[in-house]
Design a protein around this ligand. Sequence first.
Ligand code: NAD
Length: 522
Amino acid sequence: MTDNVTAMTSPHVPADLPTRIQHYIDGQFVDSTDGDTFDVLDPVSNETYLQAAAGKKADIDLAVEAAKRAFDDGPWPRMLPRQRSRVLHKIADIVESRDARLAELESFDSGLPISQALGQARRAAENFRFFADLIVAQADDTYKVPGRQINYVNRKPIGVAGLITPWNTPFMLESWKLGPALATGNTVVLKPAEFTPLSASLWAGIFEEAGVPAGVFNLVNGLGEDAGDALVKHPDVPLISFTGESRTGQIIFGNAAPYLKGLSMELGGKSPAVVFADADLEAAINATVFGVFSLNGERCTAGSRILVERPVYDEFVERYAAQASRVVVGYPHDPATEVGALVHPEHYEKVMSYVELGKTEGRLVAGGGRPEGFPTGNFVAPTVFADVAPDARIFQEEIFGPVVTITPFDTDEEALALANGVKYGLAAYIWTNHLKRAHNFAQAVEAGMVWLNSNNVRDLRTPFGGVKSSGLGHEGGYRSIDFYTDQQAVHITLGEVHNPTFGKAPASPRGATADAAESKDG
Ligand code: NAD
């Protein structure tokens, strides 16, 4: 069933590829203190093309020390928002001006199709621009008690933010955390994913050129259980923003607990796309094909469980399978490629094991293995299983590849039970032209984000985050500003001091009891 059209070019190797990647600490590129490195493979040849410094606790200690110094004594947290905003806009300008090179490197390192990597590079620039604008527009609350008191919010950066990111769309996801963390005046230590360290290594040069002072941005490469773990357990890192698997999120949650750190967790998903019989079927098919096969299916918000109302089920499955079979699998650098190579052989093995499992759990109607013409590399044909029961593992578990399940339903209640019947709750996509049903379903579905008659198109001001096992907290717009800042409440007495007086002299006993009854919190 692997009749996917393939874009026929040869693999591409970017010019001037580095052969080693170092850490970036306090404005200097440095090796690991113990000299250790790890191999980085490209997903088309699966050969090692560079060595990256393998950071451990000692390297994290140095990076945190530098970031803390820059926070305690450096100019960054003390700058006017407008000054920081200018630097952030400059970062966005530089990213935009290098979008083609960024996309070329990202596509080579991650296997993402070049056209989609280009979109992600531009989105990264947009993230910086957005927070550069937001920070100068930021206003804080003031509360007036006429004649008595005024209370205002003094918003402050928190300190050293630890940023831990995954390998799917690495550069864009890093920008998502770097933008608000830096805009609000924090300093950072970034630990990028070990499968894809290439694009992260470009931040240092971009930040230097834009005028970010030394020590504000620090980067430590390395494995999650070494560098990531040390960052989470470092006492001088009060904030951890993490994006990755739900299981890793649980481990980080536990490790951060003794320090009572601020945590933002963007975790896994198994999002439903619900297609009612009254929907615009053409639009629903186009959107649900894109929704699970874009970014190679390595997308947290992928609509990887499609639920279809019985009257249109057979037609949907037939048309969906035909369209999935036409999705163009190809070398990541080919502009015609729609699905490239999965990031790493380990991940490829995991996805392929689900493809094999799916053959026992559902009816294979498209894909099901390697696409023709790609005997090596991490290529998987877009794979569709129909008639999948809700207790199937391919229905319940995040596969994070180009694999989708389709399941029929008869009533709205059944559709809702199916949609909510997994541990995840990141996104949901609903296709119907029935107004009441659309809103009732949207409000009842257990998902942090819902799209009605739409693909995943997100305005940067809206909250981003999942419920259940898909996350903790919200980022996006001013919610990111809230996460990266403390809101100190300052209370000022305007009139007479309103003081319950204990131990008053007996000459004036009245008032103390009444005042104490009005006593304040805490
Ligand atoms: P992962 O959890 O394996 O790794 C993510 C990062 O955590 C990496 O940098 C890794 O080195 C680090 N890490 C691993 N163990 C750690 C530990 N014990 N302590 C500290 N850090 C540790 O995830 P992945 O495989 O890189 O990414 C794919 C996952 O990310 C999928 O589940 C996907 O749904 C999720 N994701 C979620 C969102 C979202 O916004 N909700 C976005 C993108 C990806």
